[in-house]
Design a protein around this ligand. Structure first.
Ligand code: ADP
Length: 546
């Protein structure tokens, strides 16, 4: 017997319709690429998204066509996303921090037909456009007055282009399983792999993200997504914010501490989200200038492990709640959040920070398990770590073009490539990427744990731990440190700081000081490059062991 309920397909443009009906005047504020702060609202964004859809259709683009965007977070980028999806196209976000050749490779792989691009990235596109054979149209996200000279054929200023259409358009009636968006993983090892979101997965993901014990956002929030729309689907905020009718503050191209601080205070932002490196810059800026955060209530930190010292600083010095989250492009991207279950209601002080330091538990819509190498499920005891596997309605079932088949099993479990343990209350803690874990004498050492402790030292700006070949133990940890400006901690001082906080055999065998630690295009420590940099490095413990 079937239920007798309506078939109301979960389509992304319904989110924007809802925002325009229920929250028409709710503002979307952008730091424009041209410079000034500009203001619009959900009603106008929807009108303009309809024009985008109409213009795309007039130009002959069809359902299923991949339409790329190479742009910062602004209202125009948001309009482009919804316009593309509303005519049945697939928005494809490109990460400008990748090498031009990688971007060209990704565009060719996805066969992008058109491209919305910010002024900032026009020179980059001029370099690669000829290589992307499928590309027939470039729309520059600016107005006629700011449109520069360009060597590109078939290029148009966005405002002129949508100015030629009225908003008299009906969104395409689509199957909710139709593709809505596309995002490639950064491919730190091997070629990037394409993740293809559906309308259904995006809508379900937005709903799960809004839940009180997930991101917990509401119409009363003012949300600053610092996390770019080109990184892992902007953590779903481009869908969950209009879904609840929150005010949006889009930071454009400026993500330095001063610029972010200015938006947080002038726009009275209550909720924000980004990777730890962004918050490092903000905290440094605030400490240097003795600033406070009077309006901000909550910050979601993820993308790489949030150092405990960062959580403590936000909570103790600025009275801002930190929610540590974990996710992946392949998961739309939210996988878990460290909000507090009633089991920890009475937990306070350091013990509470222990919980907040985990990557949290999976919300409805995400199933999770850890297994050993033989695929046996490990107990949830907070100790035994193994491969983290997930499944759910907003988790990828395959990569575009069939790459990476080995990561998916017959029961839909997706192998994340992360190593983690889960405690008795469901709180998961990542100990490493499988390829970064250090194997010392057959046992595993968590590089994330070591890094976390090292950055807790007041003179350390950033820390990374890598395995170095060792004649007796196979591999031993090397701590690589960037010192804070004007500070000069010694190796002995740092090791003494770590002592007692971890098992003795986890202690780094050596400390190397560097000016800079390499990062990936999404702000993670690039361990592959770091390992190359320290190839052949001789640990002081190696000679005595040999
Ligand atoms: P990319 O690989 O393109 O940078 P993702 O954001 O999809 O993009 O990367 C996902 C990976 O980032 C995860 O598999 C995990 O290794 C790491 N990660 C994400 N959030 C956290 C976190 N809170 N703590 C530790 N690692 C994290």
């Amino acid at each position: 017997m079937l239920g007798l309920m309506q078939d109301w397909p979960l389509l992304c443009h319904k989110i924007l319709d809802h925002a325009a009906i229920q929250h028409p005047n709710r503002e979307i504020v952008s730091r424009s690429v041209e410079g000034p702060i500009v203001r619009t609202n959900y009603r106008d964004v929807r009108q303009r998204a309809l024009k985008v859809a109409k213009r795309l259709e007039q130009e002959g683009f069809q359902v299923g066509d991949r339409i790329a965007t190479l742009a910062w977070n602004t209202a125009r980028h948001l309009e482009a996303w919804y316009g593309i999806m509303g005519m049945g196209g697939v928005y494809h976000t490109l990460n400008p921090r990748l090498f031009p050749q990688q971007i060209a490779w990704i565009m060719n792989h996805a066969e992008d037909k058109a491209l919305f691009v910010d002024l900032t990235f026009l020179p980059l596109v001029e370099k690669i456009a000829a290589e992307v054979k499928s590309l027939t149209k470039v729309i520059v996200l600016t107005d006629g007055a700011n449109m520069p000279q360009t060597s590109l054929p078939d290029v148009v200023a966005y405002e002129n282009w949508i100015g030629e259409a009225d908003a008299d358009y009906r969104w395409k009636a689509l199957d909710e399983k139709a593709a809505s968006g596309m995002c490639y993983t950064s491919g730190t090892t091997g070629d990037p792999k394409g993740v293809v979101y559906s309308h259904r997965s995006n809508v379900i993901h937005a709903m799960l993200a809004c839940m009180p014990d997930a991101m917990g956002i509401s119409a009363r929030d003012t949300i600053l997504p610092v996390v770019p729309m080109f990184h892992a689907n902007a953590w779903g905020l481009a869908q969950s914010s209009p879904m609840v009718g929150a005010k949006l503050v889009m930071p454009g191209g400026r993500m330095d501490g001063e610029a972010i601080y200015e938006l947080l205070t002038t726009e009275k932002v209550t909720f924000t989200a980004a990777v730890p490196t962004v918050w490092l810059l903000l905290l440094q800026h605030m400490e240097k200038n003795d600033l406070k955060l009077p309006h901000l209530k909550k910050v979601v930190i993820g993308g790489s492990a949030c150092p405990r010292s960062m959580t403590e600083k936000f909570e103790k010095n600025y009275d801002v709640e930190v929610i540590h989250a974990w996710g992946m492009t392949e998961m739309s991207p939210l996988g878990s959040l460290a909000t507090i279950k009633p089991e920890y209601a009475a937990t306070t002080g350091d013990a509470l920070f222990d919980i907040k330091q985990t990557q949290g538990y999976a919300p409805f819509g995400v199933e999770m398990k850890v297994t050993d190498d033989e695929n046996n499920e490990l107990p949830w005891d907070g100790k035994k770590f193994g491969r983290l596997k997930v499944r759910g309605p907003a988790v990828a079932a395959a990569y575009y073009g069939g790459a990476g088949k080995e990561q998916f099993d017959a029961d839909n479990w997706f192998d994340t490539g992360d190593v983690a343990h889960i405690n008795e209350n469901g709180y998961m803690q990542i100990t490493d990427r499988a390829k970064d874990v250090i194997k010392s004498g057959g046992e595993w050492i968590s590089t994330i744990d070591l890094e976390n402790i090292a950055v807790g030292h007041p003179d350390v700006a950033e820390a990374a731990v890598i395995g170095i070949a060792h004649p007796k133990w196979d591999e031993r940890p090397l701590l690589v440190v960037v010192r804070k400006e004007g500070k000069n901690p010694s190796k002995e001082e740092l090791l003494a700081f770590m002592e007692g906080k971890i098992a003795k055999w986890w202690m780094p065998d050596d400390v190397a000081f560097v000016d800079e630690i390499p990062h990936t295009a999404t702000g993670k420590i690039q361990k592959t490059t770091l390992r190359d940099q320290f190839k052949g490095y001789e640990l002081p413990t190696a000679s005595s062991a040999a």
